[in-house]
Write a protein that binds this ligand. Structure first.
Ligand code: AMP
Ligand code: MG
Length: 488
């Protein structure tokens, strides 16, 4: 047996030291015959973990939830949340926090197993996850990371050797998720609803210590927390919009207080530009459509602000006023981030009043003529407008002239504009048909090579290399819209 310390486990379990209402210690639910499908070696190394040890029988046993790593303290977290607008009690129904790994650089990351079996919070669910969706989370979260978007990451996927019952029987799997933390808006909602004010304060203080160390000890530190969370979410959602990422299920339990993207369920990237794009099969109202995401983030932040009321001021009315003032600043922050990002996508360094119109005109055209979002910006970036479906369109050619004139009104060289565009416009995104193709090979044929090739291409989204070109092609036209699913 390997000495587990050789693996590099270095846990500290600060969450387990919170008041007990926040979690339930959880025994392992061992699985029959774990088989390591994929391991993220660079991520393992950055966490201070030895790749060969993780690949050993003992290492795989940890990643399968069959063995507690040295120093780990498995627990399921309690939280609540608004799901499609309706408040409900939730919690880790199929996940287990192993502990917080302290890296050689002294950073702290949650290591969580997803699909690890039933917990106190499982309600009617089996606590398990299927291989396809876990590999899908692996691909998309790693693609998001490479795009420079704050996100939870994926360390490994292990097949459990057990079939799980969905519409059919599917191979079960466990994903090891790495996160700055799993503290959600829903964690605060849970504390505000079922905890004492002191427990709520403890959670807020804990969160500040973990994610917002710059907040002063003096002044209204809980207002500062609210403002900082607003700032990070405004930046995060702007980044999603800029690459065409649709989260799909922006319930308040799926919004992380750290400002990282969390919970890859029915998410997907948009091909054709259309603000009404929805992929999630259950989002029939389009609540979480691409164009709604900035507003929904604002709505979720208002729910977060409500939880903080008892900490913001002793006088309830004053507390409400403080919270409202903070929340009312969100949209402007979001817009600023978004416009700054759009300027970069168009190679613009300085600011002009008319820039927003220039951007909107382009987006309106994309929508009207059903142009591909990523490829339109890519075509402008590599200066090959012939590769967009808008090429030759009179409206577009006029817009192009206006844009060129706009670029002429800044001191920066064409070269630096092009460099800015290359770094702001991905050549490749995890397009749905490519992701499906990779999952099909992995799950149905046991062939990981398609997924590995895709992951490799997605790891350098701004390379604009010739080997990436085949990944820029669009899916064959289909009468059926692409659909994604939750909780699978
Ligand atoms: P999600 O849609 O992944 O955000 O999950 C919403 C809630 O349902 C969370 O509390 C999950 O832990 C729980 N959940 C999802 N799938 C399962 C499952 N198979 N078994 C138990 N709980 C689940
Ligand atoms: Mg969730």
């Amino acid at each position: 047996m390997t000495n587990q310390n050789e693996t590099g486990w270095n846990f500290d379990n600060s969450y387990a030291r919170l008041p007990e209402i926040f979690f339930t210690n959880q025994n392992l639910n061992p699985v029959r015959s774990p088989n390591l499908i994929i391991l993220n070696s660079p991520l393992a190394a950055s966490l201070g973990l030895t790749v060969e040890k993780l690949q050993s029988e003992d290492g795989i046993a940890v990643l399968a939830g069959n063995r507690i790593p040295e120093g780990g303290s498995p627990l399921a977290q309690a939280y609540a949340g608004h799901q499609f607008g309706h408040f409900t009690m939730l919690g880790d129904g199929r996940a287990l926090l192993l502990g917080e790994q302290i890296t050689p650089q002294g950073e702290r990351f949650d290591l969580q197993l997803k699909g690890s079996g039933r917990t106190r919070y499982s309600r009617g669910g089996d606590g398990r996850a299927a291989l396809g969706p876990m590999l899908r989370e692996y691909i998309i979260s790693e693609a998001m990371h490479a795009l420079g978007i704050p996100t939870t990451r994926s360390l490994a996927v292990v097949e459990t050797g057990e079939a799980i019952a969905r519409e059919t029987y599917l191979p079960g799997a466990i994903l090891t998720r790495v996160a700055f933390s799993h503290i959600r808006v829903g964690t605060f909602q849970y504390a505000a609803k079922w905890g004492t004010v002191e427990e709520l304060r403890t959670l807020a203080d804990y969160t500040i210590k973990r994610h917002y160390l710059d907040i002063d000890a003096d002044g209204n530190r809980y207002l500062s927390l609210l403002q900082e969370v607003i700032k990070r979410q405004a930046a995060l959602v702007a980044k999603w919009q800029l690459v065409g990422f649709i989260h799909g299920v922006m319930n308040t339990d799926n919004m992380a207080i750290s400002g990282e993207t969390i919970d890859y369920g029915p998410c997907a990237f948009m091909d054709t530009y259309d603000p009404e794009t929805v992929f999630s099969s259950i989002d029939v109202q389009g609540r979480y459509a691409y164009g709604n995401q900035p507003y929904i983030a604002g709505w979720n932040l208002a729910r977060f602000a409500e939880t903080l009321l008892p900490l913001l001021h002793d006088d309830q009315e004053k507390a409400v006023k403080i919270a409202q003032d903070a929340i009312s600043g969100y949209m402007e922050k979001y817009q600023k981030n978004w416009l700054a990002g759009m300027r970069a996508k168009l190679g613009i360094f300085n600011e002009e009043e008319e820039d927003a119109t220039l951007v909107e005109d382009l987006l309106n055209m994309m929508q009207k003529y059903r142009a591909d979002y990523t490829n339109t910006f890519r075509a402008l970036t590599i200066d090959k407008i012939e590769v967009t479906s808008l090429n030759g369109n009179l409206e577009f050619m006029q817009w192009h002239e206006k844009w060129q004139a706009r670029l002429g009104r800044q001191e920066n060289s064409n070269e630096s504009s092009q460099k800015l565009m290359r770094n702001s416009n991905p050549a490749v995104i995890p397009r749905n048909h490519r992701v499906e193709e990779a999952l099909d090979a992995a799950v149905n044929e046991g062939d990981l090579s398609v997924m590995e090739k895709l992951l490799n291409v997605l790891s350098k989204p701004f390379a604009h290399s010739s080997e990436q070109e085949e990944y820029c092609t669009l899916p064959a036209p289909s009468n059926l819209p692409y659909r994604t699913f939750c909780g699978t």
